[in-house]
Ligand binder design. Structure first.
Ligand SMILES: NC(=O)c1ccc[n+]([C@@H]2O[C@H](COP(=O)([O-])OP(=O)(O)OC[C@H]3O[C@@H](n4cnc5c(N)ncnc54)[C@H](O)[C@@H]3O)[C@@H](O)[C@H]2O)c1
Length: 326
């Protein structure tokens, strides 16, 4: 049975939500984070926090042994696409070598379950609805590092007895229904974050990159999934891989495409201010449209999303942002 869970990157956006749900399920939660993009404010008081770099294997090994960690949810990574293009070495070291260190720690300490946050950014451009068997060909450095990490995990699992869940997240948005956790990192270049910050200003300007893509309204299309649904998925998958002693690679999304313009219009509809929607030049490394085929996920954990609603996602982002500035 899963009992003591270590979350790397637990002071980050997704990690704080995963910690919240695991604690609600009465699991013991241990967090390793170097606070490079994470925040103390996002640390759950009921979790034990260690300010450690994931590449410090000795300290990680000791922590795993001391607290009898049985499962690791490995979220710590660098994830800004543009930054990755400029600093490939930084991304390789953190996302690939960092994962290797955590896997070595699993081997040396006998951790049994491993959950990894991968991304839709590993899929080849132009496939639209992708299943886990769709063509893999990451465009960005970030996507490439996540793919390398996936390969490491698979190779590692072949040689060592470990159950893994590789979760390919699509675009995550929203904040915790409890109102306690959300996205803080201003450098994250996150669409909902940027729009939430803008909508609270006097003359909000919502900037959309690209207006002439071959999509229904010319803007990019994504599969946005509420962070609270993603957090619950972690718990359900961890429980299942532990129980069945198996490994899975799963897309995590709603199987629903929403355009960036749809998102902007939803933000606009939730304020009485005059909002300008501005179209800017396309960005180099954006995929045009991608959504998750999620049949495997639904089947594996018998999943029903609880927050699959754009209006609700936007509302939760705005109320989180208001809380941050007050
Ligand atoms: N946010 C998304 O839409 C999205 C989509 C797909 C995949 N992911 C993946 O989900 C994971 C979490 O993303 P997030 O949105 O919560 O980002 P985040 O930046 O908020 O969280 C990452 C956390 O990892 C920590 N960290 C980074 N490097 C570390 C290191 N060397 N040692 C210790 N801690 C370190 C950071 O301080 C931060 O708290 C990442 O692996 C990311 O690639 C996120």
């Amino acid at each position: 049975m899963i009992k003591n869970i270590l979350i790397t990157g637990g002071a980050g956006y997704i990690g704080s939500h995963v910690a919240e749900i695991l604690l609600k399920k009465n699991k013991k939660v241990f967090i390793v984070d170097n606070l490079s993009t994470g925040h103390k404010k996002l640390l759950n008081r009921k979790a034990k926090f260690f300010k450690i770099n994931i590449r410090n294997q000795l300290k990680i090994n000791n922590l795993i042994k001391k607290f009898n960690i049985d499962s690791i949810i490995h979220l710590a990574a660098n994830l800004i696409i543009e930054e990755g293009q400029k600093k490939p070495d930084k991304y390789y070291k953190n996302n690939v070598l960092g994962t290797k260190k955590i896997l070595n720690a699993c081997k040396q300490t006998g951790v049994k379950n491993f959950i990894f946050s991968s991304t839709a950014a590993i899929y080849k451009e132009g496939q639209y609805r992708v299943s886990e068997n769709s063509i893999i060909k990451p465009k960005s450095v970030y996507g490439k590092t996540k793919l390398k990490a996936e390969k490491l995990i698979k190779e590692f699992a072949k040689k060592n007895q470990i159950n893994y869940g590789i979760l390919r997240y699509f675009n995550i948005a929203g904040s915790s229904p409890s109102g306690k956790f959300g996205l803080i990192n201003k450098k994250s270049d996150h669409l909902f974050k940027n729009f939430s910050r803008e909508i609270l200003k006097n003359n909000p300007k919502l900037r959309i990159y690209g207006s002439d893509y071959k999509t229904k309204d010319g803007s990019c299309i994504r599969d946005f999934i509420h962070v609270a649904d993603i957090a619950e998925i972690h718990f359900l998958i961890l429980k299942k891989i532990d129980k069945l002693k198996i490994s899975k690679i799963l897309n995590c999304g709603y199987n629903k495409g929403t355009s960036v313009l749809d998102v902007a219009k939803e933000f606009k509809s939730q304020t009485t201010k005059k909002v300008d929607i501005i179209f800017a030049k396309r960005r180099k490394n954006d995929l045009v449209k991608i959504i998750a085929s999620n049949e495997k996920l639904i089947k594996f954990i018998k999943w029903t999303p609880k927050f699959n609603n754009l209006g609700k996602i936007v509302k939760s982002c705005i109320s989180w942002e208001k809380k941050l500035i007050n």
